[in-house]
Design a protein. Structure first.
Lengths: 631, 137
């Protein structure tokens, strides 16, 4: 059998308790069945982290994986996935980030790094090609992400290392702390940084001088040239280069689904003042790209006036921008940039942070929370001082910040109020698109394997509101109408499989999926040219299905079922009162029925059936779920 | 990436003759590559006479003569030479006058020109910038 190319070929296991490392060969079946990235991590998480594991205990495992395209010149192939059982949600956790870290890890020779156990003394792990060292990190304790990056580079006398770092929020046990590469490339969601810190690891630092071979260089180059041409000729090229994802803010506002004041409205009257357009005109000074990127959409900005003059950084992306403006009712762009910069330095997920703050603000505005319960803070919508103060307090777990540091669901339990106002699914807060105005997105949040999140399916095609697309792709015109319900089960399962494939191969989803470039057909061609694995488009999609199903099985084993696939009460019972999405609620049950049928899962329980698992070669998963009495 | 792919058929930042140094905090990216300096310390310091200029003025490495001592790497003022796995140096050879990086640069940000036309005196370049940015004085 021909050698597997494209991959680095090795898996590194780091036992932090014993301070030992082992290297194994990447198994061929693993590559063929799960492709890479999120696929590798989810499969191993299912196999190695049993139900009931304490997310912050030594039995949890934290895994970094890149994909087979990373390290080549395939456009945008730069990303890594980091997974563990989540301390925020108690179910499968993972997060994904770009930058230059993943390519360096490939050049050092590893497709996946697995952390297990935990170290008593603070350490950082240094991978220098085949040499792996446990380095003392006691001098880095409490340092923020920027300070840590600088200190490590100074220690090593090398500015070319790539470092994935956790900040003080993670060290203080905030349950939604992220992992940061290139200072602000954040794998922020579901508390992966918290898990890393619980293992005593401050940073994973990599220097790699190796190389990646592809199976069919000539064919690969042709594919790359074609894809580059398509990207440069795409109508979204310049808007994305100019504004990145921040261009979405005005689009969402125009559609009436921009979450405003904690989803009490879908329209923010000050949207223009905090828009991507304003950033592009008044703040941005250049664009930067991730590794191998042909559409550099990361904007470097400088604040030129006011209290925060001189503040400069990359970003923010739409989710952070919207979260720190409309979601919390803040119209001051400078405050939002400062808040995002603080989140990056302290190592906090800006989205969950903003959910916690906006949830508290809503309680306060409704008279359900007294000033005295919140350290005397004025929690009126958009109060800039309060927002910045709370970010600091959350990261340090001080006073009211300590209440919010475990997420809004946990805060509602602690205060014994406001649970039905928490905007989360399975403990993960919902992103910046109101599901009442985007029914397919909403279904995606309900069933997503890491909780209320869009990146598991992101059926962007719904935004086209073009019934022809629905007819073409699914034989159901309504599938691509954003306010319709029919066909959404087909839409979401198709897009979930597609997202899983992209997350496994690890190029950029914004480009490869949202710009409709890396279709299943083309992915099959690329996989063969890079790795030598012969796969049809159907087989590539099946790998995606396998990833979705094993994640579902992981969560089922943790006790999840249909009743957990639900959006917050507000979306189901209250309609939006203004704008193009007004007058509609979110009716989830018919969509769920259709979705489970599409997946071949049990309609009443939402649990995969033996047949559905065996069809995609996951018989051993069916056996385990049967033993546990779940199927 | 195209540089290492063109020269070695492999993808590798280390094997690329162009290294882009990044300072994320300040948003800076700057390329490091051979400047074809008039006075080239690596050539003068090589104890085995293994570094020679060809007709393009480009440094050629005679790998048979090279002893792998690495002196060249430590004397290049731009850190533009690197060592391969066998400790032999490599650097930009302008692809025999047809640089693949220029050919494949999709945004045409890279061009290949005679230095007299491509480079101006620093004070002229600065004046040009001031003009472009509408800054007087």
């Amino acid at each position: 059998m021909a050698e597997l190319l494209g991959y680095a070929g090795k898996v590194l296991r780091v036992d932090l308790t014993r301070k030992e490392t082992t290297v194994s060969k990447l198994e061929r079946d693993m590559a063929a069945d799960f492709l890479g990235g999120r696929g590798f991590n989810s499969k191993r998480l299912y196999d190695e982290v049993k139900s009931g594991t304490d997310p912050l205990g030594p039995e949890n495992r934290l895994m970094f994986s890149s994909g087979p395209l990373v390290g080549t010149m395939f456009p945008t192939a730069c990303r890594f996935n980091v997974s563990a059982k989540s301390p925020l949600t108690g179910i499968l956790g993972d997060s994904n980030a770009g930058g230059h870290f993943a390519a360096e890890l490939k050049f050092a020779g590893y497709d996946q790094v697995i952390f297990q156990g935990s170290s008593k003394d603070p350490v950082y792990i240094l991978i220098n090609d085949s040499a792996v060292e446990f380095k003392d990190a006691s001098h880095l304790r409490g340092k923020d992400v920027y300070e840590t990056d600088e200190a490590i580079k100074a220690d090593l006398g090398d500015r070319r290392v790539q470092a994935a770092i956790v900040g003080p929020a993670a060290e203080n046990g905030v349950r939604y702390a992220g992992i940061y590469a290139n200072l602000m490339r954040a794998a922020a969601r579901t508390g992966m940084g918290t898990v890393m810190a619980s293992k005593g690891v401050k940073a994973l630092v990599v220097r790699g001088t190796g190389s990646i071979d592809v199976a069919d260089p000539a064919r690969f180059e042709r594919l790359v040239r074609d894809i580059e041409e398509e990207i440069y000729g795409h109508e979204q090229y310049w808007p994305r280069r100019r504004m990145g994802t921040t261009r979405i803010l005005m689009m969402a506002n125009a559609g009436g689904f921009l979450p405003t004041r904690h989803y009490t409205s879908g329209i923010f009257e000050y949207a223009k003042e905090v828009s991507g357009e304003r950033l592009a005109e008044e703040y941005n000074v250049k664009t930067r790209g991730c590794f191998a990127c042909t559409i550099p959409c990361s904007r470097f900005y400088v604040v030129k006036h006011g209290e925060f003059a001189g503040l400069s950084a990359e970003g923010p992306e739409y989710e952070a921008l919207g979260s720190l403006t409309s979601r919390v009712g803040n119209r001051d762009l400078n405050v939002a940039l400062k808040a995002n910069d603080m989140c990056n330095r302290l190592g906090l997920d800006a989205l969950t942070t903003a959910e916690c703050i906006s949830w508290a603000m809503e309680l306060y505005e409704k008279g359900l929370l007294e000033r005295s319960e919140a350290d005397g803070l004025d929690l009126s919508w958009g109060n800039g001082n309060t927002i910045l103060t709370l970010i600091e307090k959350i990261a340090r777990r001080e006073g009211f910040g300590d209440i919010l540091a475990d997420g809004s669901r946990a805060a509602a339990r602690k205060l014994n109020k406001g649970m039905d106002l928490t905007m989360q699914v399975k403990g993960l807060d919902i992103i910046m698109a109101d599901p009442r105005g985007l029914k397919g997105f909403g279904l995606g949040y309900a069933v997503a394997s890491r909780g209320g999140d869009h990146l598991r399916s992101e059926p962007f095609i719904e935004l086209s509101d073009d019934p022809k697309r629905g007819e073409e792709m699914f034989g159901v015109p309504e599938a691509t109408l954003r306010l319709a319900y029919r066909g959404k089960g087909k839409l979401v399962s198709y897009f979930e499989d597609w997202c899983a494939v992209i997350d496994a191969l690890e190029p950029c989803k914004n480009i490869m999926q949202n710009m409709e470039i890396l279709t299943f057909d083309r992915a099959a061609e690329v996989v063969e040219a890079v790795t030598g694995l012969k796969m049809s488009a159907e087989e590539v999609r099946r790998a995606g299905e396998r990833i979705v199903n094993i994640e579902r099985a992981y969560n089922v084993r943790e006790g999840m079922s249909r009743s957990d696939d639900t959006l917050p009460r507000r979306f189901r019972e209250e309609s939006l009162s203004e704008g193009p999405s007004r007058g509609t609620r979110f009716e989830q049950e018919p969509m769920l029925d259709e979705y489970y049928a599409e997946r071949g899962w049990n309609r009443d329980t939402g649990i995969p059936t033996r047949e559905s698992l065996e069809r995609i070669d996951l018989g051993y998963v069916a056996d385990e779920l049967a033993r546990l009495g779940r199927i | 990436m195209i540089c290492s792919f063109g020269h070695e058929g492999k993808f590798s930042t280390h094997l690329s003759r162009i290294t882009v140094i990044k300072e994320d905090k300040h948003g800076l990216d700057y390329p490091v590559l051979c400047h074809q300096c008039d006075v080239c310390p690596p050539i003068s310091v090589c104890p085995a006479d293994a570094l020679k200029r060809n007709e393009l003025g480009v440094i050629n490495v005679n790998k048979d003569a090279c002893t792998g001592c690495g002196s060249c790497v430590s004397t290049c003022m731009f850190h533009a030479l690197k060592l391969d796995k066998s400790s032999k140096p490599f650097t930009c050879d302008l692809c025999r006058g047809k640089p693949i990086c220029v050919e494949r640069c999709p945004t045409k940000a890279l061009t290949y020109e005679e230095s007299e036309t491509a480079m101006s005196r620093p004070e002229d370049a600065f004046a040009e910038l001031l003009k472009r940015w509408n800054i007087s004085g």
